[in-house]
Design a protein around this ligand. Structure first.
Ligand SMILES: CC(=O)N[C@H]1[C@@H](OP(=O)(O)OP(=O)(O)OC[C@H]2O[C@@H](n3ccc(=O)[nH]c3=O)[C@H](O)[C@@H]2O)O[C@H](CO)[C@@H](O)[C@@H]1O[C@H](C)C(=O)N[C@@H](C)C(=O)N[C@@H](CCC(=O)O)C(=O)O
Ligand SMILES: Nc1ncnc2c1ncn2[C@@H]1O[C@H](COP(=O)(O)OP(=O)(O)OP(=O)(O)O)[C@@H](O)[C@H]1O
Length: 458
């Protein structure tokens, strides 16, 4: 029997017992209480700062409802240790419709986890959820909210959002979970001062880290779902009307061709829509959650970002190097960012960002094949679509050939794959591209369209 089956049999029950709150004038600290019966208990923590003028306490029904919901997202990191078939939510009552909603998010958000752990399961049988306790109620009336809360990841995408919304800076706040160099510097470079940055702390329970070391099940979890629920709570507590995400249309593409396995599931439009509807139906905070960059592709984001020179020395998209605030220089995210920026920046500019020319690194060849679609499996990272990467590469190759330069190793390889021949004479599909499948309110859409027009006039 494999680990999945063995652990499920040995540990059939996971419990979300409750959560406890400590509140002071300045913050709300919440501790979740989970356990896997017969194995371990877990008490992860979050601390949310309060904004004085808003006078929102932890007793507020919307705050309570969101704290409960954050626990429902948080639990998946602990559940995945044994994938116990039965989940008992004692912390609050869920309707059948809510249970279906949560199961759908867990199942899709764990697509990569199941795939990489060789788990064969289905939406129906991977988990049953029973719930008890009080039902958390939807807000009764609307609250006066204004401005936007902008979650920042430290990479190029949220920087583009910061720049697109710079005219409204006075009313906005930045939102950062566990701040680090690049996230803080992004907000500061965009002109936000300390009291406009909402810093939230999240602490994992060390029992999970210990069980990971012992060989229990581990893998990818839908981090962006945590960003969704926790940012709406912060927006509500700080009186902001919008949560403005920076997830692009390319996040909808599956990672493994021909399947639904998507590393970026909780950044996809499907999740955005589901979350938006759930929030409106069951929480009703009045906060409007949407992704500003959904109509754009990564290609367009890269083009826009290439002109934002003030950020080029401080942004860090690399997940592997995020703790040290560096570009690790050897992962798929580093190569992807190098490639997608390559039509718009000089080789010198790219080398100064990444410390060296990644196109000369032969270790990157297998990653390149994954990115351009020679392999069916894209890297399990937040990278653009296969088409975007091919369009960017063919532009870069074309430019270098025109300049009569000797092609670096990866570009020479690209020509050998035959893909350059396929893409070089095609029209750029991202010229004026605007994906209409989005939740962008009209006035924000106008900003995006203006930015596109300005790009085209250049
Ligand atoms: C893995 C993860 O989500 N990390 C984010 C987390 O970092 P943290 O320091 O708290 O944990 P790690 O040192 O990365 O992991 C330690 C172990 O714990 C497990 N684990 C961690 C987080 C979690 O939610 N569940 C877990 O089970 C993990 O398996 C390890 O064994 O919080 C940071 C912010 O405070 C994030 O910046 C960390 O994100 C990483 C940079 C990262 O690589 N995240 C990937 C999940 C990722 O691909 N992120 C995508 C979003 C994709 C999605 O939402 O589906 C992205 O960055 O765009
Ligand atoms: N630690 C965090 N705190 C708050 N929001 C975050 C955090 N990490 C990610 N996000 C949000 O999730 C989005 C997706 O993360 P992602 O890493 O793809 O984007 P990015 O860092 O803005 O750009 P890039 O794609 O170049 O890395 C971010 O744009 C941001 O809105």
């Amino acid at each position: 029997m494999d680990k999945f089956e063995t652990f499920r049999e040995q540990y059939p029950e996971f419990v979300y017992k409750d959560f406890s709150v400590e509140e002071s004038e300045k913050k709300i600290k919440v501790q979740y209480h989970f356990f896997i019966t017969g194995l371990s208990e877990f008490h992860p923590e979050w601390v949310f700062p309060k904004e004085e003028r808003q006078n929102i306490s932890a007793e507020n029904p919307v705050v309570q409802n969101l704290l409960f919901s954050i626990g429902l997202v948080e639990l998946i990191s602990y559940w995945k240790i044994t994938c116990s078939p039965r989940v008992i939510v004692k912390a609050g009552k869920l309707s059948q419709e809510q249970v279906c909603w949560w199961k759908k998010q867990y199942y899709n958000g764990l697509g990569e986890f199941f795939y990489k752990n060789g788990v064969e399961t289905d939406l129906e049988s991977f988990m049953t959820i029973v719930s008890e306790g009080k039902a958390y109620l939807k807000a009764e009336g609307p609250r006066q909210l204004e401005g936007s809360l902008i979650p920042i990841g430290g990479g190029k995408d949220s920087i583009v959002t910061l720049e697109l919304l710079k005219g409204e800076r006075e009313k906005n706040r930045c939102y950062i979970i566990n701040p680090r160099g690049a996230t803080i510097k992004s907000a500061e470079t965009a002109g936000y001062d300390k009291n406009q940055i909402v810093s939230v702390s999240r602490t994992l329970d060390h029992n999970m880290l210990e069980l990971n070391k012992q060989g229990f099940l581990n893998g990818h979890t839908p981090f962006s779902a945590l960003v969704a629920f926790s940012s709406v709570l912060s927006a509500y507590m700080t009186g902001r009307k919008y949560v403005v995400l920076s997830n692009e249309s390319s996040a909808n593409e599956s990672t493994v061709a021909g399947t639904d396995v998507n590393h970026q599931y909780s950044k996809s439009f499907q999740f955005e829509q589901d979350f938006h509807n759930y929030e409106a139906k069951y929480i009703g905070s009045g906060v409007y959650y949407f992704s500003l960059l959904r109509p754009w592709s990564e290609f367009q984001i890269a083009e826009y970002f290439s002109r934002l020179k003030a950020y080029h020395s401080i942004f860090r998209s690399c997940n592997a190097g995020s703790k040290q605030d560096i570009w690790c220089g050897s992962c798929s995210k580093c190569l992807f960012v190098f490639l997608i920026l390559s039509p718009f920046l000089t080789e010198e500019e790219l080398c100064s960002i990444f410390g060296r020319n990644l196109l000369e690194d032969e270790n990157m060849l297998p990653i390149l094949d994954q990115l351009i679609g020679v392999e069916a499996e894209k890297p399990f990272e937040c990278v653009g679509s296969r088409e975007e990467i091919n369009v960017a590469l063919s532009m870069t190759v074309g430019r270098q050939l025109k300049e009569g330069r000797k092609l670096p190793l990866l570009l020479a390889h690209y020509i050998e794959t035959g893909l350059y021949g396929h893409y070089k004479d095609r029209l750029n599909p991202y010229e004026g591209y605007y994906n209409e499948e989005n939740l962008v309110p009209n006035r924000f859409g106008t900003l995006l369209k203006q930015a596109l027009n300005e790009e085209e006039l250049r």
